[in-house]
Design a protein around this ligand. Structure first.
Ligand code: CA
Ligand code: CA
Length: 84
């Protein structure tokens, strides 16, 4: 019984971690494309996301930096472009 409870807690932890990353579909058109990457790049360097909405703040830490770009690069673009 303890193992089942522990496994459930671990599963919930992984689910929470996965949900912590923001949606890379920044323009909310249902696909992840180079247009979304362009939006993220436009926000790169912003540190005011706690007060103002930043679409590119995928990890919700209040700024848009290489961590967000790294999260975005884990996504597969559907328009054949690369994430560089
Ligand atoms: Ca999109
Ligand atoms: Ca961030």
């Amino acid at each position: 019984m303890k193992h089942l409870l522990l496994a459930s807690l671990l599963a919930l932890t992984f689910i929470a971690a996965a949900q912590a990353a923001g949606n890379p579909d920044l323009d909310r058109d249902g696909t992840i494309t180079s247009a979304d990457l362009a939006l993220l790049k436009a926000d790169l360097g912003r540190t005011d996301c706690a007060r103002n909405q930043c679409d590119g703040d995928l990890n919700d830490d209040g700024k848009v930096d290489l961590k967000d770009l790294g999260l975005f690069r884990q996504s597969k673009l559907t328009d054949g472009q690369n994430t560089k």
